[in-house]
Design a protein around this ligand. Structure first.
Ligand code: PGA
Length: 246
Protein backbone atom coordinates (compact mmCIF):
# COMPACT_ATOMS: atom_id res chain seq x y z
CA UNK A 1 0.00 0.00 0.00
CA UNK A 2 1.46 3.42 -0.97
CA UNK A 3 1.80 5.82 1.96
CA UNK A 4 -0.58 8.76 1.69
CA UNK A 5 0.72 12.24 2.47
CA UNK A 6 -2.21 14.64 2.69
CA UNK A 7 -2.20 18.41 3.23
CA UNK A 8 -5.13 20.10 4.93
CA UNK A 9 -4.72 23.80 4.12
CA UNK A 10 -7.78 24.74 6.22
CA UNK A 11 -8.87 28.39 5.66
CA UNK A 12 -5.44 29.61 4.58
CA UNK A 13 -3.96 31.02 1.35
CA UNK A 14 -5.18 33.15 -1.54
CA UNK A 15 -5.26 31.71 -5.09
CA UNK A 16 -1.90 33.29 -5.93
CA UNK A 17 -0.34 31.95 -2.71
CA UNK A 18 -1.76 28.50 -3.48
CA UNK A 19 -0.18 28.58 -6.94
CA UNK A 20 3.17 29.69 -5.54
CA UNK A 21 3.17 26.95 -2.89
CA UNK A 22 2.28 24.28 -5.45
CA UNK A 23 4.94 25.45 -7.93
CA UNK A 24 7.53 25.18 -5.16
CA UNK A 25 6.22 21.82 -3.98
CA UNK A 26 6.26 20.36 -7.50
CA UNK A 27 9.85 21.53 -7.99
CA UNK A 28 10.87 19.91 -4.68
CA UNK A 29 9.28 16.50 -5.24
CA UNK A 30 11.29 14.04 -7.35
CA UNK A 31 9.18 12.24 -9.95
CA UNK A 32 9.86 8.79 -8.43
CA UNK A 33 8.27 9.80 -5.12
CA UNK A 34 4.91 8.89 -6.64
CA UNK A 35 6.01 5.24 -6.85
CA UNK A 36 5.91 5.05 -3.04
CA UNK A 37 3.64 7.89 -1.97
CA UNK A 38 0.35 9.48 -2.88
CA UNK A 39 0.28 13.23 -2.36
CA UNK A 40 -3.08 14.89 -1.75
CA UNK A 41 -4.01 18.53 -1.17
CA UNK A 42 -7.19 19.69 0.56
CA UNK A 43 -7.51 23.43 -0.19
CA UNK A 44 -10.31 25.82 0.67
CA UNK A 45 -12.97 25.69 -2.10
CA UNK A 46 -12.06 29.13 -3.47
CA UNK A 47 -8.58 27.78 -4.27
CA UNK A 48 -9.80 24.78 -6.25
CA UNK A 49 -9.45 26.48 -9.63
CA UNK A 50 -5.86 27.49 -8.85
CA UNK A 51 -5.05 24.02 -7.52
CA UNK A 52 -6.63 22.34 -10.57
CA UNK A 53 -4.54 24.51 -12.91
CA UNK A 54 -1.28 24.12 -11.04
CA UNK A 55 -1.49 20.33 -10.50
CA UNK A 56 -2.52 19.59 -14.09
CA UNK A 57 -0.14 17.04 -15.62
CA UNK A 58 1.31 16.10 -12.19
CA UNK A 59 0.43 13.13 -9.97
CA UNK A 60 -0.72 15.35 -7.12
CA UNK A 61 -4.40 14.76 -6.42
CA UNK A 62 -6.71 17.10 -4.55
CA UNK A 63 -9.97 17.07 -2.70
CA UNK A 64 -12.47 19.25 -0.94
CA UNK A 65 -12.50 20.05 2.77
CA UNK A 66 -16.27 20.23 2.73
CA UNK A 67 -19.40 19.78 0.61
CA UNK A 68 -23.16 19.51 0.96
CA UNK A 69 -24.45 15.95 0.52
CA UNK A 70 -26.85 16.61 -2.36
CA UNK A 71 -26.55 16.70 -6.12
CA UNK A 72 -28.09 20.17 -6.38
CA UNK A 73 -30.87 22.17 -4.78
CA UNK A 74 -31.90 25.13 -2.65
CA UNK A 75 -28.98 25.11 -0.19
CA UNK A 76 -27.78 28.71 -0.12
CA UNK A 77 -24.09 29.11 0.51
CA UNK A 78 -23.30 25.42 0.07
CA UNK A 79 -21.36 23.58 -2.63
CA UNK A 80 -22.61 20.20 -3.76
CA UNK A 81 -20.58 17.04 -4.08
CA UNK A 82 -21.29 16.83 -7.84
CA UNK A 83 -19.94 20.37 -8.26
CA UNK A 84 -16.79 19.33 -6.42
CA UNK A 85 -16.45 16.33 -8.70
CA UNK A 86 -16.70 18.66 -11.70
CA UNK A 87 -13.84 20.68 -10.25
CA UNK A 88 -11.68 17.56 -10.34
CA UNK A 89 -11.84 16.69 -6.64
CA UNK A 90 -11.06 13.01 -6.16
CA UNK A 91 -11.23 13.10 -2.35
CA UNK A 92 -13.27 14.77 0.38
CA UNK A 93 -12.67 15.23 4.08
CA UNK A 94 -15.63 14.13 6.19
CA UNK A 95 -15.94 14.70 9.93
CA UNK A 96 -12.82 16.79 10.55
CA UNK A 97 -12.81 17.76 14.22
CA UNK A 98 -13.09 21.47 13.37
CA UNK A 99 -16.33 20.74 11.55
CA UNK A 100 -17.62 18.50 14.34
CA UNK A 101 -16.69 20.88 17.16
CA UNK A 102 -16.74 24.42 15.68
CA UNK A 103 -19.41 23.99 13.00
CA UNK A 104 -21.42 21.51 15.09
CA UNK A 105 -21.82 18.97 12.30
CA UNK A 106 -23.94 16.11 13.57
CA UNK A 107 -23.15 12.43 13.17
CA UNK A 108 -26.28 12.14 11.03
CA UNK A 109 -24.93 14.79 8.63
CA UNK A 110 -21.56 13.02 8.50
CA UNK A 111 -23.24 9.75 7.64
CA UNK A 112 -25.07 11.49 4.77
CA UNK A 113 -21.81 13.01 3.58
CA UNK A 114 -20.02 9.63 3.57
CA UNK A 115 -22.86 8.13 1.59
CA UNK A 116 -23.09 11.02 -0.89
CA UNK A 117 -19.32 11.05 -1.55
CA UNK A 118 -19.25 7.29 -2.15
CA UNK A 119 -22.25 7.50 -4.47
CA UNK A 120 -20.50 10.27 -6.40
CA UNK A 121 -17.29 8.16 -6.61
CA UNK A 122 -15.32 10.65 -4.55
CA UNK A 123 -13.09 8.99 -1.96
CA UNK A 124 -14.09 10.23 1.50
CA UNK A 125 -11.49 10.56 4.25
CA UNK A 126 -13.45 9.92 7.43
CA UNK A 127 -11.80 11.82 10.30
CA UNK A 128 -12.36 10.50 13.79
CA UNK A 129 -10.81 11.21 17.18
CA UNK A 130 -11.40 11.77 20.86
CA UNK A 131 -11.20 14.96 22.93
CA UNK A 132 -8.83 15.14 25.88
CA UNK A 133 -11.73 14.73 28.34
CA UNK A 134 -12.92 11.61 26.51
CA UNK A 135 -9.40 10.14 26.58
CA UNK A 136 -8.91 10.97 30.25
CA UNK A 137 -12.19 9.35 31.18
CA UNK A 138 -11.29 6.11 29.37
CA UNK A 139 -13.72 6.56 26.48
CA UNK A 140 -11.24 6.33 23.59
CA UNK A 141 -12.50 3.05 22.11
CA UNK A 142 -16.13 3.89 22.71
CA UNK A 143 -15.78 7.24 20.90
CA UNK A 144 -13.87 5.78 17.94
CA UNK A 145 -16.27 2.88 17.46
CA UNK A 146 -19.29 5.18 17.77
CA UNK A 147 -17.91 7.62 15.17
CA UNK A 148 -17.02 4.78 12.77
CA UNK A 149 -20.30 2.93 13.18
CA UNK A 150 -22.40 6.01 12.74
CA UNK A 151 -20.59 7.43 9.68
CA UNK A 152 -20.40 4.04 7.94
CA UNK A 153 -23.92 2.93 8.84
CA UNK A 154 -25.00 2.57 5.18
CA UNK A 155 -21.59 1.96 3.63
CA UNK A 156 -19.83 -0.88 5.45
CA UNK A 157 -19.33 -2.70 2.16
CA UNK A 158 -17.65 0.24 0.46
CA UNK A 159 -13.99 -0.22 -0.31
CA UNK A 160 -13.16 3.26 -1.50
CA UNK A 161 -12.70 5.29 1.66
CA UNK A 162 -9.92 6.24 4.07
CA UNK A 163 -9.96 6.82 7.81
CA UNK A 164 -7.89 9.51 9.53
CA UNK A 165 -7.33 9.12 13.28
CA UNK A 166 -6.86 12.64 14.61
CA UNK A 167 -6.98 13.04 18.39
CA UNK A 168 -8.68 16.43 18.92
CA UNK A 169 -6.11 17.41 21.57
CA UNK A 170 -3.25 16.95 19.09
CA UNK A 171 -4.67 19.09 16.27
CA UNK A 172 -2.92 22.43 15.89
CA UNK A 173 -1.54 22.22 19.43
CA UNK A 174 2.01 21.08 18.73
CA UNK A 175 1.25 18.13 21.02
CA UNK A 176 1.68 15.05 18.87
CA UNK A 177 0.29 11.77 20.20
CA UNK A 178 2.96 9.39 21.53
CA UNK A 179 3.93 6.27 19.60
CA UNK A 180 2.03 3.99 21.99
CA UNK A 181 -1.08 6.16 21.73
CA UNK A 182 -0.95 6.10 17.93
CA UNK A 183 -0.27 2.34 17.83
CA UNK A 184 -3.14 1.60 20.21
CA UNK A 185 -5.69 3.77 18.39
CA UNK A 186 -4.67 2.56 14.92
CA UNK A 187 -4.79 -1.10 15.99
CA UNK A 188 -8.25 -0.51 17.42
CA UNK A 189 -9.45 1.16 14.19
CA UNK A 190 -7.92 -1.61 12.06
CA UNK A 191 -9.65 -4.32 14.13
CA UNK A 192 -12.93 -2.46 13.98
CA UNK A 193 -12.68 -2.15 10.19
CA UNK A 194 -11.73 -5.82 9.75
CA UNK A 195 -14.61 -6.92 11.95
CA UNK A 196 -17.26 -4.62 10.49
CA UNK A 197 -16.36 -3.80 6.88
CA UNK A 198 -16.00 -5.85 3.73
CA UNK A 199 -12.47 -4.69 2.98
CA UNK A 200 -11.31 -3.68 6.44
CA UNK A 201 -7.75 -4.89 5.96
CA UNK A 202 -7.29 -2.69 2.88
CA UNK A 203 -8.70 0.61 4.14
CA UNK A 204 -5.82 3.10 4.65
CA UNK A 205 -5.66 4.66 8.12
CA UNK A 206 -3.92 8.05 8.35
CA UNK A 207 -2.67 9.76 11.49
CA UNK A 208 -3.21 13.50 11.93
CA UNK A 209 -2.36 15.96 14.71
CA UNK A 210 0.81 18.08 14.88
CA UNK A 211 2.68 16.06 12.25
CA UNK A 212 5.91 17.88 11.35
CA UNK A 213 9.00 17.14 9.27
CA UNK A 214 10.77 16.19 12.54
CA UNK A 215 8.32 13.42 13.51
CA UNK A 216 6.76 12.24 10.23
CA UNK A 217 9.30 9.48 9.54
CA UNK A 218 8.76 7.78 12.92
CA UNK A 219 4.98 8.12 12.66
CA UNK A 220 4.87 6.72 9.11
CA UNK A 221 6.91 3.69 10.23
CA UNK A 222 4.34 2.62 12.85
CA UNK A 223 2.10 -0.42 12.36
CA UNK A 224 -1.25 0.37 10.77
CA UNK A 225 -0.21 3.94 9.89
CA UNK A 226 -0.76 4.18 6.15
CA UNK A 227 -0.24 7.92 5.84
CA UNK A 228 -0.50 11.29 7.51
CA UNK A 229 -2.95 14.20 7.36
CA UNK A 230 -0.97 17.39 7.92
CA UNK A 231 -2.41 20.80 8.82
CA UNK A 232 -0.05 23.61 9.87
CA UNK A 233 3.11 21.96 8.52
CA UNK A 234 1.55 21.50 5.07
CA UNK A 235 1.29 25.23 4.35
CA UNK A 236 4.98 25.60 3.61
CA UNK A 237 6.20 23.76 0.49
CA UNK A 238 9.69 23.05 1.85
CA UNK A 239 8.40 21.56 5.11
CA UNK A 240 5.62 19.59 3.42
CA UNK A 241 8.05 18.21 0.81
CA UNK A 242 10.29 16.97 3.66
CA UNK A 243 7.29 15.16 5.17
CA UNK A 244 6.46 13.64 1.79
CA UNK A 245 10.06 12.49 1.38
CA UNK A 246 10.36 11.06 4.90
P1 PGA B 1 -2.25 20.04 12.46
O1 PGA B 1 -3.72 19.76 11.84
O2 PGA B 1 -1.27 19.23 11.64
O3 PGA B 1 -2.06 21.53 12.30
O4 PGA B 1 -2.28 19.59 13.88
C1 PGA B 1 -4.10 18.48 11.41
C2 PGA B 1 -5.49 18.52 10.82
O5 PGA B 1 -6.28 19.39 11.22
O6 PGA B 1 -5.86 17.71 9.95
Amino acid sequence: MKKIIAANWKMYKTPSEAKKTLKELISLLPADIFNQKEVLIFPSPVLLQAVAEETKGTQIAYGTQNFYPAEEGAFTGETGIAQMRDFGCQYALVGHSERRHILNESEEMLQQKMHAALQEKITPVLCIGETLEERKSGQLEEVLSRQLASALQDDKDADNFLVAYEPVWAIGTGEVAGEQEILQAHAFVRNWLVKNCKNGQEIPILYGGSVKSENSKQILALDNVNGVLVGGASLNATIFSKIALS
